[in-house]
Design a protein around this ligand. Sequence first.
Ligand SMILES: Nc1ncnc2c1ncn2[C@@H]1O[C@H](COP(=O)(O)OP(=O)(O)OP(=O)(O)O)[C@@H](O)[C@H]1O
Ligand SMILES: [Mg+2]
Length: 364
Amino acid sequence: MSLKLVNISKIFKDPDHANKEVIAVKDVNLEINEGEMVSFLGPSGCGKTTTLRIVSGFENPTTGEVWLGDKMINDLPPNKRDTAMVFQSYAIFPHLSVGQNIAFGLELKGFKADIVKKEVEEIMSIMNLTELYNRSPDQLSGGQQQRVALARSIINKPSVLLFDEPLSNLDAKLRDLMRFEIRRIQQSFGITSIYVTHDQAEAMIVSDRIVVMNEGHIMQVGTPFEIYSHPVNKFVADFIGRVNFINGIVEETNEDASYKVGIGGKSKLITSSISPFSVGDKVLTVIRPESLSVSTGEQDSTAIFHGIVEKAVYLGPTVEYDIKIEGRENISAVTHNPVVEGVFKPGDRVNIDFNPAAAHLLGA
Ligand SMILES: Nc1ncnc2c1ncn2[C@@H]1O[C@H](COP(=O)(O)OP(=O)(O)OP(=O)(O)O)[C@@H](O)[C@H]1O
Ligand SMILES: [Mg+2]
């Protein structure tokens, strides 16, 4: 089922100051398509959990409407909403076996035993849990427990699944695995889902679209690719991955919304930008570390900058550099083929350049 949030705001009374308010969520408008998985990504306190709780009915919005399909559900209590929450704590019953845990929801609804058995077997097979049918929860790994908890939510066939940082209790390796697992399961059941996280890699892996939030507001909604390569503002660019902001001045504007930008005495034709600019405007060129090229040898007069390596971190497949440029902020660069391209050391003089196709302009 599709889900729509219309002008949602949530204002709390400040628990510490009687006449002060906390604006947790402000003017949130969002449409999530049937079967789509959208993640809410943003720093601590930006309103992710509050928005999720408004969808589930555990919190009432101060203003605005929640729509499930063509029904406005503001006045429905949580248990009538057809949404299911998946938390970081697993909420599985320790005294029941895996199979009994998963069957629990359907038994509670009074389904006949043979139907429950069939549904449980089907869901356990899709979720790779079949061999664990008779295990008790304390004989499971963290990832298996998380999958059992997910199976328990999914078996009720909710219209919407709500995940609030479901993997934050797991160790890094298991978390990496479970991201793909959750995505696979969500796609095979086609359940409309919201996934709250403050981990950008996690958001990129599990989402059809990412909603970047800051201080209660939606900053940008887009596919992982759009958010990473065409951020609408500095906050989004900075929050998603590492980034360089390079000052420049618009030298020429073109019909096709491309701009010739002067940077460090050179010009680059940049085709991706946020707002219309005029000649003379100050702009920020957003360029990711991996889109910079770093070379050494004689000073390359076509390179946009010359700098001195301050820090080099060799990671095997990549090398991360911090490079000092005269009169500018340091530049982060990542190279990807150290065996061929070499590894530069602190103190090395390097040429830095970038392909303008990888750059994106924001207003300064
Ligand atoms: N019951 C409440 N009373 C007062 N303020 C609250 C209440 N619940 C949340 N807040 C405040 O609302 C804001 C948003 O909180 P929320 O829990 O939605 O953030 P979050 O994005 O989920 O953060 P985190 O990543 O830390 O979980 C915060 O400033 C928080 O302190
Ligand atoms: Mg939260």
